[in-house]
Design a protein around this ligand. Structure first.
Ligand SMILES: CC(C)(COP(=O)(O)OP(=O)(O)OC[C@H]1O[C@@H](n2cnc3c(N)ncnc32)[C@H](O)[C@@H]1OP(=O)(O)O)[C@@H](O)C(=O)NCCC(=O)NCCS
Length: 373
């Protein structure tokens, strides 16, 4: 019998130039640039350029990309109308998955597979994902969506469209950093799903719709939402120990911990820890960071399991005022940059992705007519 790696663990299934992860040393790079370097110095727009073009932009190139993103942010009235008419979802990711899929029906280049058209679709999807999320967030509260502000960065504009007021400069800065940290992560489950779909030479919108469906699960992009629900349930720092010990005794997983690839601290968690602490201090809501730190200390002490990207983003987004069930959608509004970069890379050197499965079911059965079974 062929060796089967459950969950494709440790299996190298392709080559890619976009993103590398060193799980032993806790190192993450986009096109060779360390994530800490990018988080400290770049903007999300620069990172989008880097992911799509493989190098940092010159000033004029960045201005051009920023202008194109800004121009493409508004979604059509038909899509806003659809958002208003869809029934309330059981989870907002259903609405995002449906509306992103619907975008292709209004995109005249939906079926144009030329590289130029695919790059333009990547631009539109990246520009519009945040607009869809913010519009959904307002419509479900009975409010009108807010038109994007072309003066604001992608990060600041998202918070503005969601909350109706320009964000505090520190909030906008940290949210920009969060978008950078979430923008790509090599062959994670949703990116792999996008590439599998693209490998059939299906269109960009289909690939991104596959990715959103895959990101939705609590083992992937749904984890930070679960982390915040846990923090809200625990409520006070003195209840952390009892709560976590109880879950561990029941052999339950603690959301926001553990990783398939990192065997040390997730480098994104290092930055997000500081984001959670700084924003907690700025907004006068330090409790969520304190509780998170206590959970992290306990998990390292007793289980030797580190926090992942989803752990500290939860408390950071909470104090930014982002509704908890929108966390996975915010993830998508950043990861769209990486998904589209990977789909473009897949198209540029495509071979159908079609692995094998070892058959372990019954054999040599003979058909039995229905009334003799
Ligand atoms: C991310 C994740 C799916 C990786 O899973 P994986 O590589 O298949 O690893 P496993 O689930 O097999 O876990 C390996 C061991 O660590 C333990 N473990 C892993 N994550 C854990 C967690 N969050 N809490 C408690 N124990 C955990 C498992 O119970 C298992 O222990 P065992 O060998 O004694 O049975 C897993 O760590 C997890 O479910 N984490 C919580 C969800 C999450 O935060 N997802 C976001 C990822 S960025």
């Amino acid at each position: 019998m062929a060796e089967v790696k459950a969950g494709l663990q440790d299996l190298v299934v392709a080559t890619s130039q976009i993103c590398s992860i060193d799980g032993q040393r806790g190192k993450l790079t986009y096109w060779g640039y360390d994530i800490h370097d990018l988080a400290a110095h770049a903007t999300f727009e620069e990172v989008v350029y880097l992911l799509w073009h493989g190098r940092l932009p010159k000033r004029a190139e960045l201005d051009d990309l920023s202008r194109q993103l800004t121009e493409n942010r508004p979604v059509s009235p038909e899509i806003l109308d659809l958002l208003k008419r869809l029934p309330p979802p059981q989870h907002p990711m259903e609405t995002l998955r449906t509306t992103v899929s619907a975008l292709s029906l209004y995109d005249p280049e939906a079926e144009d597979m030329s590289e130029e058209a695919n790059r333009r679709k990547a631009m539109r999807l990246t520009a519009q994902m945040g607009t869809l999320v913010a519009a959904f967030g307002r419509i479900r509260e009975g409010k009108e969506p807010i038109a994007p502000d072309p003066q604001l960065s992608q990060a600041a504009n998202f918070l503005y469209m969601l909350q109706g007021k320009a964000p505090h400069a520190e909030d906008a800065h940290w949210f920009d950093v969060a978008l950078i940290l979430h923008a790509d992560h090599s062959y994670n489950a949703s990116t792999f799903a996008a590439r599998v779909t693209a490998s059939t030479l299906s269109d960009m919108h289909s690939a991104i719709t596959s990715a959103i469906g895959t990101l939705k699960g609590p083992l992937h992009g749904g984890a930070n939402e679960q982390v915040m629900k846990m923090l809200l349930e625990i409520q006070t720092p003195d209840r952390v120990d009892g709560y976590i010990h109880n879950l561990l005794a029941q052999k339950k997983k603690i959301m926001g911990f553990g990783h398939r690839v990192y065997h040390t601290e997730d480098p994104r968690a290092t930055v997000l820890r500081k984001m959670s602490e700084d924003l907690g201090r700025r907004t006068g809501q330090t409790k969520w960071f304190q509780m998170s730190k206590a959970i992290e200390d306990l998990m390292i002490r007793e289980k030797k399991i580190n926090a992942n990207v989803d752990f500290y983003s939860a408390s950071a987004y909470y104090v930014l005022g982002i509704p908890v069930d929108l966390y996975p959608l915010v993830f998508a509004a950043s990861r769209i940059a990486g998904w589209t970069a990977h789909v473009l890379e897949q198209y540029s050197n495509n071979r159908l992705i079609r692995p094998l499965a070892e058959y372990v079911g019954p054999t040599n059965l003979t058909y039995v007519p229905i009334d003799q079974r």
